[in-house]
Ligand binder design. Structure first.
Ligand SMILES: Nc1ncnc2c1ncn2[C@@H]1O[C@H](COP(=O)(O)OP(=O)(O)OP(=O)(O)O)[C@@H](O)[C@H]1O
Ligand SMILES: [Mg+2]
Length: 455
C-alpha cells in the first residue's frame, strides 16, 4: 500500500506545506490552508516498464453495464436525469430536519425491493434502532436493506465490499472520518478526503453512492462548495419549515439536465410524490379576491402555476416597507419602483407585502409581471380576472420583456382550466403557441398588463 502523510494545501494557490500555517506562504492569503493526504506518488509505469493506462479510440470504449438503473420514485428519477447511473456519486444537501434521511431511507428501501439486490445504508448520526423506528413509520419491510451505524471511512468501505450492494447511502458525509487525517469530523479536509475516496471507490466498483450533506445553498457549513466539484451530481432538498412541500432540485448533474425539480409532500408516512404540483399550489386559491395573480414559472423543464399574493396598505410610519416571501426582495423593490413611476400607483406611501402561496421560492424573472399585477390589484382593490394567468419579465422602463418556454407555460395554464394569459407582445411570433387552447392577451407595458388583467 502506498505510504501516506498529511500535509497542508492552500485552496487558493495550491501551495503545500508540511504543517499548518495561518497565512499561505505562496499567495499570502489567510485561512486558506487545508489538511490533505499526500500519497507517495505511484510510479506511472509498472516494474515491467509497461504504462498503467492506454489511450483507446472513442468508439472502442465499452459502455456495457452503464445503463441507468430504474429508480422507483418517479420524482427522484426525474431529478437524477431518468435513473441512477452505476458508479455515480451524488450529494444530497439540505437544511437540518428538512427530510434528507427520510427521503433516502425510502428511496433505498424501494430500490432494494424493486431489484432484489442489497442496498447499504450507513448512518453516522442515528442508531440502528432509531433508523428501524423511522423505517417502521415509513412502512419499510424489505430484507435487502442493510443498515449500519459507522463513521470510520475504512470500515464503511470494508462493509460495502462485503455486502456488495448496488447502492450505498452515507448519512452524512460530515460524520465520516479517516485515520489518515488528524483533523476532527466535519472539517473541510475530512469531508473532502472522504468524498474523494467514495468517488474513487464508486468508479472502481460501479456502485452508485449517495452522500447526505448538511449543506445549505449558501454553503455556510463544512466546505460544501469544494464537495460540489468532487461529486457527479448535486441535489438540494428545499422547503419551508412550516410547509409540507419539499422540492428536490438538481444543481449539477454530469449525467443529465440541471434545474430539474421533483416535488414531494412530507407526511407522517414519509415523502409522498406530488405528480401534479400546479394543482396542489392552487388548491386554496380564493377566486376574485383582490391582490392575487397566477404566475406560470418554470422549474427545470416543468411549468408550474403558482399564486402570487400581494397586499398594499397605508404606511403608519414615514418609511414605507417592502416584505417579500418567496419572491426575490430586490425584484420586489424594482417592481414597486416601476409601478410607482411607470404606472402611477402611489406606492411611496404604502407598505407592500408580496408572497408566493405554498412556501415556494420563485426566482424566475418571468414571474415579475404577476407580482406587479397582484400589487396593482391590491392597491386598486380590483380582483384579477379569474381565469387569467400572467407571464412576463418587467424592465426598468415599465416594458414587459419576453420569456422562454412560452409554449409549455401556456399548455400547463390551459390544462388547469385557465382561459386567458397575459404575456409579452414579442412572443406573438413564436411558432407553435397553443392559441386554440388558451386566448393570448399580448401586452407591451406593465400599465397595459394591469389594465387588461384587472376586472
Ligand atoms: N412522526 C412523524 N410524523 C410526521 N413527520 C415526522 C415525524 N417524525 C419526524 N417527522 C418529520 O421528519 C423531519 C425530519 O426528517 P429527517 O430526519 O429525514 O430530516 P434530515 O434532513 O435528515 O434531518 P437532519 O439534518 O437532522 O439529519 C422532521 O422535521 C419532521 O418534519
Ligand atoms: Mg438526517
Amino acid at each position: 500500500m502506498a505510504k501516506k502523510r498529511t500535509q497542508w494545501t492552500c485552496q487558493n494557490c495550491g501551495r503545500t506545506t508540511p504543517r499548518y500555517m495561518g497565512r499561505c506562504p505562496g499567495c499570502g492569503e489567510w485561512n486558506t490552508m487545508v489538511e490533505s493526504v499526500e500519497s507517495k506518488a505511484k510510479p506511472a509505469r509498472r516494474a515491467s516498464g509497461a504504462p498503467r493506462s492506454k489511450p483507446i479510440p472513442l468508439p472502442d470504449i465499452e459502455t456495457e453495464g452503464l445503463d441507468r438503473f430504474p429508480v422507483p420514485i418517479e420524482e427522484f428519477a426525474r431529478v437524477l436525469g431518468g435513473g441512477l447511473v452505476p458508479g455515480s456519486l451524488t450529494l444530497v444537501g439540505g437544511d437540518p430536519g428538512i427530510g434528507k434521511s427520510t427521503l433516502l431511507l425510502q428511496a433505498s428501501a424501494l430500490m432494494a425491493e424493486s431489484t432484489g439486490q442489497p442496498v447499504l445504508y450507513v448512518s453516522g448520526e442515528e442508531s440502528a434502532r432509531q433508523i428501524r423506528m423511522r423505517a417502521d413509520r415509513l412502512g419499510i419491510t424489505t430484507d435487502q436493506l442493510y443498515v449500519v451505524t459507522e463513521t470510520d471511512l475504512e470500515t464503511i468501505l470494508h462493509h460495502a465490499q462485503e455486502i456488495a450492494p448496488w447502492v450505498v447511502v452515507v448519512d452524512s458525509i460530515q460524520t465520516v472520518t479517516s485515520e489518515d487525517l488528524t483533523s476532527s469530523a466535519g472539517s473541510i479536509s475530512q469531508v473532502r478526503h472522504a468524498a474523494s475516496r467514495f468517488q474513487g471507490w464508486a468508479k472502481a466498483s460501479g456502485v452508485a453512492v449517495f452522500l447526505v450533506g448538511h449543506v445549505t445553498k449558501k454553503g455556510s457549513i463544512a466546505g460544501p462548495k469544494t464537495l460540489e466539484h468532487i461529486v457527479d451530481t448535486v441535489l438540494y432538498l428545499e422547503g419551508e419549515r412550516f410547509h409540507a412541500y419539499r422540492l428536490l432540485r438538481s444543481v449539477k448533474n454530469r449525467f443529465g439536465a440541471t434545474s430539474e425539480v421533483g416535488v414531494f409532500e412530507m407526511r407522517e408516512r414519509g415523502m409522498v410524490e406530488v405528480t401534479n404540483p400546479s394543482e396542489m399550489f392552487l388548491a386554496e386559491r380564493m377566486v376574485n379576491a383582490p391582490g392575487s395573480a397566477i404566475a406560470v414559472t418554470m422549474e427545470g423543464t416543468r411549468p408550474l402555476l403558482v399564486e402570487i399574493q400581494a397586499l398594499a396598505s397605508h404606511s403608519t410610519f414615514g418609511h414605507p416597507r417592502r416584505t417579500a416571501n418567496g419572491v426575490d426582495y430586490n425584484r420586489l423593490l424594482l417592481i414597486s419602483a416601476v409601478l410607482s413611476r411607470r404606472v402611477g400607483l402611489r406606492l411611496f406611501e404604502q407598505d407592500v407585502f408580496a408572497s408566493v402561496v405554498g412556501g415556494l421560492q420563485v426566482q424566475e424573472p418571468a414571474a415579475d409581471l404577476a407580482v406587479a399585477v397582484a400589487i396593482a390589484s391590491s392597491v386598486k382593490d380590483r380582483p384579477v380576472v379569474a381565469d387569467l394567468a400572467v407571464v412576463g419579465e418587467v424592465g426598468l422602463s415599465g416594458e414587459v420583456r419576453t420569456v422562454s418556454h412560452t409554449s409549455s407555460r401556456l399548455k400547463e395554464a390551459a390544462r388547469l382550466g385557465f382561459k386567458r394569459c397575459v404575456l409579452p407582445r414579442s412572443v406573438r411570433d413564436t411558432p407553435d403557441l397553443p392559441s386554440d387552447e388558451i386566448q393570448l392577451v399580448p401586452v407591451r407595458s406593465v400599465a397595459d398588463a394591469v389594465e387588461k388583467a384587472l376586472l
